[in-house]
Ligand binder design. Structure first.
Ligand code: FES
Ligand code: FES
Length: 153
């Protein structure tokens, strides 16, 4: 057991647990931030994507020991009311089908747009390639990323 402090969506958190515990379980079971989803548990689907110090990471394989004193952002931290330009573009394009993968898709897209404010098709495909959608919403995701890019100018 170890005490680890970090911040989530701007709020300081201290947890006392096994430092090997994946961040995903802390978010969902301890902090009740259930927007971040469990898909595969082995960093292969992207459903659990969060930002760690602004970079997209998979929370299912991120041990608590790796996030000490760092800043975590989850889908709940993008905006309080869904008004972040990427979330808004998702609504405008009506991207979601079942919705299960979409929080992870939005977190990856937000990190991608930070790196490439005007992403090419190839940059979108490469940046989003680790996020799987069983419903096949990939074309709408690409359109929403382009729309968010326009709206963020
Ligand atoms: S649940 Fe983390 S990548 Fe699939
Ligand atoms: S919208 Fe259903 S898995 Fe992506």
């Amino acid at each position: 057991m170890a005490q680890i402090s970090f911040s989530v969506n701007g709020k300081k958190q201290i947890v006392d647990t096994d430092p090997a515990t994946p961040l995903l379980w802390i978010l969902r079971d301890h902090l009740n931030l259930v927007g971040t989803k469990f898909g595969c548990g082995v960093a292969s689907c992207g459903a659990c994507t969060i930002h760690l110090d602004g970079k997209a990471m998979r929370a299912c394989v991120l041990p608590l020991s790796a996030i000490a004193d760092k800043e975590v952002t989850t889908i709940e931290g993008l905006s309080e009311d869904g008004s972040h330009p990427v979330q808004q573009a998702w609504v405008d394009v009506d991207v979601a089908q079942c919705g299960y993968c979409q929080a992870g898709q939005i977190m990856s897209a937000t990190a991608l747009l930070k790196q490439y404010p005007n992403p090419t098709d190839a940059q979108i495909e490469r940046g989003m390639s680790g996020n799987i959608c069983r419903c096949g919403t990939y074309l709408r995701i690409k359109e929403a990323i382009k729309r968010a890019s326009e709206n963020m100018k």
